[in-house]
Design a protein around this ligand. Structure first.
Ligand code: ACM
Ligand code: ZN
Length: 515
C-alpha cells in the first residue's frame, strides 16, 4: 500500500514538474545558451514595423517577412537605416560572431548581434517561437502570430556545424536541396558539404569536360533492385540520365545557402570513387585496366577498385582543370578532395604508377596516394583554398594543412591527424552517418550498417576525456553525413534526415551538458 502512495505521489510531482517545465520551457532547437522567460507575448500584425540598419540586415529580415506574406497574409513594414520599429536590429560589436541577444517584450523585439550570422540566427529563433503555421506556403486563418516574451542570449559551441549530402548516389534535385538548406538554416547549421562525385554519378557541370555529365550523370536502370544487388553495366547497354547541377544551378544553390549563412563545400573525390568520370574519360584509369568502365549502378564489385592512374600526368591536368572551375563556382575557402577507400590493386600492377614510384622514391602504393593527394592539395592551396579529406589520408604522409574528417572507428582515425597538429571534423559513421537505420530494422526501409537512432545522435559527444587537450582546439566541429545509396526519391532523403538533423543541430550548437 505504501508503495502505491509513493507511486501516486511520484506521479503527482512529475505532473507538477512537467507543468512547471512547460510554462518555462521554450521550444527551440538547438537549445539556446540562456533563456529568461518574460511576461506576456509580442504579437505580429499588419502594423508591425521591422527596423534595420543596413541592406544586409534587410535581406535577413525579408526571409522572415516573406513567411508572414505567405502564411499570415500580411507583410510587416520594413524600414532600412532606421531605429524606430517594433522589431529592431542593432549592431553590437561586443557580441561574438554568430552569437546574438534577443529581447522579446509585449511592445518590442530587440535583436543585438555583431554580424549578419548572429542576426540571422536570432531571426531563426523568432521563426521557431512563432506558431508552426508560419511555415505554411498558403494563408492560414485564425492564427495569432505571437511569440512569448523572453530574453535569449545565445552562441554556438562549434564553428563548424555541418551536413554532408551525397548527391552522387542519389541525385537530389535542386528544389529539394534548397528545402534541405532552408531547414539547415532554421537549425543554425552553417556548412553544407556536397559529395558531388562518386562511382555512381558525376553531378556537376564542368564546361571543359562535357562528357563528365553527358556520360557520368547517367547509368543503367536496375528496376526493383536495391543498391547492393544492382549488376554493373555491360558495354553498349543503354543508360538513363539521373541528373546533375548546371553551373547556374550551383550558383543558385550557393547564393540560397549564403542568404542562410551556410557555406557550401564542394567535394571532388579522388583517386577512388571515380568510375563516373572514368566512364567518360577511360584513358584516365591505369592502362592495366582491361574491363569496360561504366557508371556503377550499385556497389560495383571489382570495378570499384578502378581509380585514377597516379602515374599519368594527364590525370593531374584534368583534375586541375576541374578544380579551376569548381573554385570559381564555390566561394568557400575549402575544397574537399575525398581520398577514402582507394584500392591500390591496379597501381601495384600499372607500369606508369610503378615508374612514378621509382621517380619519386616511393616504396609503398599507400605513399603513392600521399603523392597524389599532396600534388592536388598543392594545386588547391595555390588557388588560395584549404584542403579537406577523409581520414584515410592519415594512412600515409598528410598533405600540409589538410583538414581531416573522422568517420572510422568512432572518428578516432582523425586523431592521428590531430596528433600531427591538423584540424579535424567529427562525422563518425557509428553515430552521425544518417544512412544507418534510425529505428527497428524489421520496420525501417532497408539500408546499411546497423543503427544510429535519434538517441544515438543526440547523446554523441565528440570530445572524449582521454583526449590530449590540444585536440579540442583542433576540433572544428561536427557533421552528419547523409549517404544516399538506398535513397530512390527526395522523400527517402528527408526521411533519413529527420528528426535526426535536429539532434545533430543540438550537439553542434548547444554548450556541453546543456542539451
Ligand atoms: C566514407 O564513408 N567512405 C567516407
Ligand atoms: Zn597507373
Amino acid at each position: 500500500m505504501r508503495y502505491i502512495y509513493l507511486i501516486i505521489l511520484g506521479l503527482f510531482f512529475s505532473v507538477i514538474n512537467m507543468e512547471a517545465n512547460n510554462s518555462a520551457s521554450i521550444s527551440l532547437v538547438p537549445c539556446p545558451t540562456n533563456v529568461v522567460p518574460g511576461t506576456g507575448s509580442f504579437q505580429f500584425t499588419p502594423k508591425t514595423v521591422f527596423a534595420v540598419e543596413t541592406e544586409e540586415q534587410a535581406a535577413i529580415v525579408r526571409l522572415l517577412s516573406d513567411q508572414f506574406t505567405c502564411a499570415a497574409g500580411f507583410t510587416p513594414k520594413l524600414k532600412v537605416d532606421s531605429k524606430k520599429g517594433n522589431l529592431v536590429l542593432q549592431t553590437d560589436k561586443t557580441i561574438k560572431s554568430e552569437a546574438y541577444c534577443l529581447e522579446i517584450t509585449p511592445k518590442k523585439i530587440t535583436v543585438r548581434a555583431a554580424d549578419a550570422k548572429g542576426f540571422f540566427y536570432a531571426l531563426q529563433s523568432i521563426r521557431q517561437l512563432l506558431p508552426p503555421a508560419i511555415e505554411s506556403a498558403v494563408k492560414v486563418d485564425g492564427t495569432e502570430w505571437i511569440v512569448p516574451a523572453m530574453t535569449i542570449t545565445d552562441e554556438p559551441r562549434f564553428g563548424y556545424r555541418g551536413l554532408m549530402v551525397d548527391v552522387a548516389r542519389f541525385f537530389v534535385p535542386k528544389e529539394n536541396l534548397l528545402r534541405i538548406i532552408d531547414c539547415m538554416g532554421m537549425l543554425k547549421l552553417n556548412t553544407l558539404h556536397l559529395h558531388l562525385v562518386d562511382d555512381n554519378g558525376w553531378r556537376i557541370e564542368i564546361k571543359k569536360y562535357p562528357l563528365l555529365t553527358e556520360i557520368g550523370a547517367s547509368r543503367v536502370e536496375r528496376p526493383g533492385k536495391l543498391f547492393p544487388e544492382r549488376r554493373n553495366q555491360r558495354q553498349g547497354e543503354p543508360t538513363v540520365e539521373k541528373g546533375f547541377y548546371t553551373q547556374d544551378d550551383i550558383r543558385e544553390i550557393v547564393a540560397y545557402a549564403a542568404a542562410r549563412r551556410i557555406e557550401v563545400i564542394p567535394e571532388i573525390e579522388m583517386p577512388a570513387h571515380t568510375n563516373s568520370s572514368l566512364a567518360a574519360y577511360p584513358e584516365l584509369a591505369c592502362p592495366v585496366v582491361d574491363r569496360f568502365v561504366g557508371v556503377l549502378p550499385g556497389i560495383g564489385g571489382k570495378n570499384s577498385e578502378i581509380v585514377y592512374c597516379a602515374g599519368n600526368d594527364s590525370v593531374f591536368s584534368f583534375l586541375e582543370d576541374v578544380i579551376d572551375e569548381v573554385s570559381e563556382l564555390f566561394p568557400s575557402k575549402y575544397i574537399h578532395l575525398g581520398g577514402d577507400e582507394a584500392s591500390k590493386v591496379n597501381w601495384a600492377k600499372c607500369p606508369k604508377c610503378r615508374a612514378r614510384m621509382e621517380a619519386e622514391h616511393i616504396e609503398h602504393t599507400e605513399e603513392l596516394q600521399s603523392y597524389f593527394m599532396t600534388r592536388m592539395s598543392n594545386y588547391v592551396r595555390s588557388k588560395g583554398k584549404e584542403v579537406m579529406g577523409w581520414d584515410e589520408l592519415t594512412n600515409s604522409t598528410l598533405p600540409e594543412g589538410a583538414i581531416i574528417y573522422g568517420w572510422q572507428g568512432f572518428g578516432k582515425a582523425a586523431l592521428k591527424a590531430a596528433a600531427q597538429g591538423h584540424r579535424f571534423i567529427m562525422t563518425p559513421a557509428r553515430s552521425l552517418y544518417f544512412i544507418r537505420y534510425q529505428g527497428p530494422q524489421w520496420f525501417e526501409p532497408l539500408t546499411y550498417f546497423g543503427n544510429n537512432t535519434l538517441k544515438d545522435v543526440y547523446t554523441y559527444e565528440p570530445v572524449q576525456e582521454e583526449w590530449n587537450p590540444v585536440y579540442e582546439d583542433l576540433l572544428m566541429g561536427v557533421q552528419a553525413s547523409m549517404w544516399t545509396e538506398f535513397c530512390n526519391s527526395p522523400d527517402d532523403v528527408e526521411y533519413q534526415l529527420f528528426p535526426r538533423l535536429l539532434a545533430l543541430s543540438d550537439i553542434a550548437w548547444a554548450k556541453k551538458g546543456t542539451k
